[in-house]
Design a protein around this ligand. Structure first.
Ligand SMILES: *Cc1c(COP(=O)(O)O)cnc(C)c1O
Length: 405
């Protein structure tokens, strides 16, 4: 039996690769200079580490080093991209287009901008989780300054048609930002081939440390301008002031280099493991549904709804496995995932969903174990479910007249 608890929540965060930790260590106690100190060797070695990391990130995403702005993570990168563009291009227009299934770091930023007078269009998604390109085309107006659509979704792993989106934006002279946190290092992402103008990434989703990230900002064709959201010493070409977190930046760089080296093999390995997990579960259980497109999907993601089972009960039953459910505990109520609801899932199926996020350190032995545990617990819960029993007896539950006592 694999060592418990088993970590299958790699969309929430990832273990730092031990090779990344080794790269970071000297920058705490040996090369601890401020990268902005221009007149001594401590500063120079810190700056050297930062510039190396900039190149490693740029190389992974097909950018140039000067186009990488360091931040504290993707929440900040998303805030900087959206608010920075809205402020800088306010004379051109005040309309931004995004999607209903975006991460809260986008949706809360657009909500903030709405209060400041911006108009925001939230595109719905189709049943497979992808946006409708015709709806995007129709939503663009003369006042549109930015389209922000995530590369891959953090709950369902669905990959958006980024190349097609960027093409539409380019035709209309609108900037295109993408939250690529879940995609970079997991599938091929190239800002040139994909036509991306701004892109958010974070280290802790690609086997680097927490609290450091980057924003890619295009410098040519077009040269994107941003209004800084943090005032200070004018670091990062004036776009993001604040002393650079050198050890973490070195870690982000090393993490990107490892992803670049291992991407092809890892995609294949994780795709195989994910399919094995899915096939095992689906061959043993009926009434299970995969949420979102299987074709356009991150190799390491599986999001399944188990009908007639409550997600929370399932999670409790498999408490030796770290996964997420489609119910988010917000305040006193258990709200079903807004992402699953956007796909058209009913509350029941949204509540019964589990997100499996496979990553670099998961093994086939773990997949076999997790599949077995899930099957066992779902069967047990369904044995106790009167609704499942009625379903098995062929009773159409939608036609049942429920009476309250
Ligand atoms: C995790 C995540 C974020 C937030 O990144 P932080 O670095 O934790 O702030 C933003 N977008 C997506 C899609 C994510 O998965």
């Amino acid at each position: 039996m694999p060592k418990a608890p088993i970590y299958f929540d790699n969309h929430a965060t990832t273990k730092v690769d031990p090779r990344v930790v080794q790269t970071m260590l000297p920058y705490f106690t040996e090369h601890y200079g401020n990268a902005a100190s221009r007149n001594h060797a401590y500063g120079w070695s810190a700056e050297e580490a930062v510039e190396k990391a900039r190149k490693q990130i740029a190389s992974l995403i097909g950018a140039t080093a000067k186009e990488i702005i360091f931040t504290s993570g993707a929440t900040e990168s998303n805030n900087l991209a959206l608010k920075g563009v809205a402020e800088m291009y306010a004379e051109k227009g005040n309309h931004i287009i995004t999607a209903a299934t975006e991460h809260k770091a986008i949706l809360d930023s657009t909500k903030h901008l709405e209060k400041q007078g911006c108009r925001i269009t939230y595109l719905p998604v189709m049943a497979d989780g992808r946006i409708d390109l015709d709806m995007l085309r129709d939503a663009i107006t003369d006042k549109t300054i930015l389209v922000s659509i995530m590369y891959a979704n953090n709950e369902i792993g669905v990959v958006q048609p980024v190349k097609e989106i960027s093409k539409i934006c380019k035709e209309r002279g609108v900037l295109f930002h993408t939250d690529a946190v879940q995609a970079v290092g997991k599938i091929p992402v190239n800002v040139m081939e994909d036509g991306i103008d701004l892109m958010s990434i974070t280290a802790h989703k690609l086997y680097g440390p927490k609290g450091v990230g980057a924003l890619y900002v295009r410098r040519k064709g077009p040269r994107v301008q941003l209004a800084a959201q943090m005032d200070g010493g004018g670091h990062e070409r004036g776009m993001r002031s604040g002393t650079l977190n050198v050890p973490s930046i070195a870690g982000l760089g090393a993490a990107c280099e490892l992803c670049q080296q291992e991407l092809t093999a890892e995609m294949k390995r994780l795709g195989f493991l994910r399919d094995k997990l899915k096939n095992k579960i689906m061959s043993e259980l009926d009434e299970v549904y995969v949420n979102g497109s299987l074709e356009h999907r991150l190799p390491g993601n599986l999001n399944i709804s188990f009908a007639y089972v409550e997600g929370e009960s399932l999670l409790m039953g498999i408490n030796d496995i770290a996964v997420s459910s489609g119910s988010a505990c917000t305040s006193a109520t258990l709200e079903p995932s807004y992402v699953l609801k956007a796909l058209g899932a009913g509350d029941d199926l949204a509540h019964s969903s589990i997100r499996f996020g496979l990553g670099r350190f998961n093994t086939e032995e773990e997949v076999d174990y997790v599949a077995g545990r899930v099957i066992e617990v779902v069967k047990k819960l369904r044995d106790l479910s009167p609704l499942y029993e009625m379903f098995k007896e062929g009773i159409d539950l939608s036609k049942v007249q429920w009476t309250a006592h």
